[in-house]
Design a protein around this ligand. Structure first.
Ligand code: UDP
Length: 331
């Protein structure tokens, strides 16, 4: 019996692999290594380089390793890129997920956990946003994920398959033990960008918009530690194995921080200043996006352990330093 993790060489997937191994699970990773790194995959896991839409390959893995659950992270995640090239996003996120679900159904894999996103809600909802809020994604990225949720719902109604879709808010931080972290070059996420700037990897950073209707004028987001997120997936797996019904649940802490508060935390944890400039608003940014996470807490028994902005930043900064050392060692 083993768990198949798609995208297990990527940021969140590589944390999931450690979370599963730490719990004594057998793990098989499939990743096309387009964004992920083979060195990010824990050596105790089996890494297969390949395409999640290759149903023959997936079918073979299911039989060979006795896969009884799939945790599906592989996909594209850059919102502006999805606006520029929507068909690539529908192909990569929606069509390939359809193939993967088909392989799961054919291979009689009964548990499926899907990495969804708060982007399925769009920006106009009531805060903190609940799972039953209106679904009005504002980007092809959000729509590509929402369509995958719908396919799962329909497939689960028709076949012997139950699923959990977790809608992530702003995932940040790194494995507290320094085993993996966010390694994507050119990442755009705020905490990563601020840590890179603090360490001198960027000459300066910008605050995208200071005139939002929030307390300090900058956008508010619900930042969640990647290890707490990985744990939510493992709890979701336990719940499905115990016979739990299909579920869609938010993964955020239920409170938010502004861009300026995040930058202040990075300065505090880093213990020094760095160049932060005021910039224009970034297209498509909602003023505030905060989760109602009651469902994840009650249904999954999820009790976050790293719900502290300084802890998130400290782990992100620690990983950024490790990357620096690794890159200089590689020359
Ligand atoms: N942000 C910023 N400067 C940056 C990167 C992000 O001001 O260099 C802001 C961004 O406009 C948003 C918030 O930080 O209001 C979180 O952005 P991120 O890209 O991390 O996540 P998103 O909420 O877009 O998924």
């Amino acid at each position: 019996m083993a768990v198949l993790v798609t995208g297990g060489a990527g940021y969140i997937g590589s944390h999931m692999v450690w979370e599963l191994l730490d719990a004594g699970e057998k793990v098989v990773v499939i990743d096309n290594l387009s964004k992920g790194f083979d060195w990010a995959v824990a050596p105790e896991a089996t890494l297969v380089e390949g395409d999640i839409a290759d149903t023959a390959l997936i079918g073979g893995l299911i039989r060979e390793h006795g896969i009884e659950a799939i945790i599906h992270f592989a996909g594209s995640i850059v919102v502006p890129e999805s606006v520029a090239d929507p068909l690539a996003y529908y192909q990569n996120n929606t069509c390939k997920t359809r193939s993967l679900i088909e392989a799961a159904v054919e291979g009689k894999v009964r548990h499926f956990i899907f990495s969804s996103t708060a982007a399925v809600y769009g920006g106009a909802g009531i805060e903190p946003v609940q799972e039953n809020a209106r679904l009005e994604p504002e980007s092809p990225y959000g729509r590509s994920k929402l369509m995958s949720e719908w396919m799962l719902r329909d497939a689960a109604a028709a076949h012997d398959l139950r699923y959990t879709a977790l809608r992530y808010f702003n995932v940040a931080g790194a494995d507290p033990g320094g085993r993996t972290g966010q390694s994507t070059p050119g990442a755009t996420h705020l905490i990563k960008v601020a840590c890179e700037t603090a360490l001198g990897k960027r000459p300066f950073m910008q605050v995208y918009g200071s005139d939002y209707p929030t307390a300090d004028g900058t956008c508010v987001r619900d930042y969640i530690h990647v290890s707490d997120l990985a744990r939510a997936h493992r709890l979701a797996l336990q719940r499905l194995r115990a016979g739990g019904d299909s579920l869609i649940a938010n993964c955020g802490y239920g409170h938010g921080y502004s861009v300026l508060e995040v930058i202040e935390a990075v300065r505090r944890v880093f213990g020094g200043d760095f160049d932060v400039r005021s910039g224009p608003r970034r297209a498509g940014d909602a003023a505030s996006v905060v989760a109602n996470s009651n469902l994840a807490r009650s249904e999954l028994g999820w009790a976050p352990q790293r719900d502290d902005l300084d802890l998130i930043v400290a782990d992100a900064l620690g990983w950024e330093r490790r990357l620096q050392t690794m890159n200089s060692a590689r020359g």
